[in-house]
Design a protein. Structure first.
Length: 177
């Protein structure tokens, strides 16, 4: 098996990132969200939205992809923590998804570590993320990486079904020049 390359996402990656994201949702959230919602997710629509965000963004949100043998198999996005509409001095991991066919290969860890390095490079001393309360595998993944639930919870609803999120936090070391 070849090594993974983590690199900044390019506009040409949008379609494949949408495939990874949707397959990730359909795998990770099966049984946690209404199946009809997961089945209705559309790669083309998601990719179109992603292209718009990518081309119109202000550069504060960073997107990374994990590539193996030239194929994008993972995606992460990070930037300043969002407290409502306000961006704070903390960092936030907005998303991390790995193609389910590639789980267990260290791709999520590589994306997480690269995102944390990016947060540190941007001057963030604290990283936060939100995860579905009932998503036990994801919670374990983040806990193994040194994150801890800090007690904050947010309501989240999908097609009339409550799927609350919990916030995880981790202190990050500043990069030394």
């Amino acid at each position: 098996m070849t090594s993974v390359v983590v690199r900044p996402m390019a506009l040409d990656d949008c379609e494949r990132v949408s495939e990874v994201r949707i397959r990730g949702w359909q795998s990770a959230y099966r049984g946690l969200m209404p199946q009809a919602h997961l089945d209705a997710l559309d790669v083309g629509e998601d990719a179109e939205r992603r292209r718009g965000w990518f081309t119109q963004g202000d550069g504060t949100v960073r997107n990374l992809v994990a590539e193996r043998d030239g194929l994008v198999v993972g995606w992460a996005a990070y930037g300043p923590y969002r407290d409502g509409e306000v961006r704070t001095d903390d960092g936030e991991l907005y998303a991390i998804y790995v193609d389910p066919e590639h789980h267990g290969e260290g791709l999520g860890r590589a994306l997480l570590e690269a995102s944390l390095r990016g947060c540190a490079a941007a001057g963030h001393r604290l990283a936060r993320l939100w995860v579905l309360k009932e998503n036990v595998p994801a919670r374990r993944f983040y806990e193994r990486a040194g994150f801890h639930a800090d007690g904050a919870e947010e309501p989240f609803e999908v097609d009339g079904v409550e799927v609350p999120e919990v916030r995880y936090t981790k202190d990050i070391e500043p990069l030394v020049p």
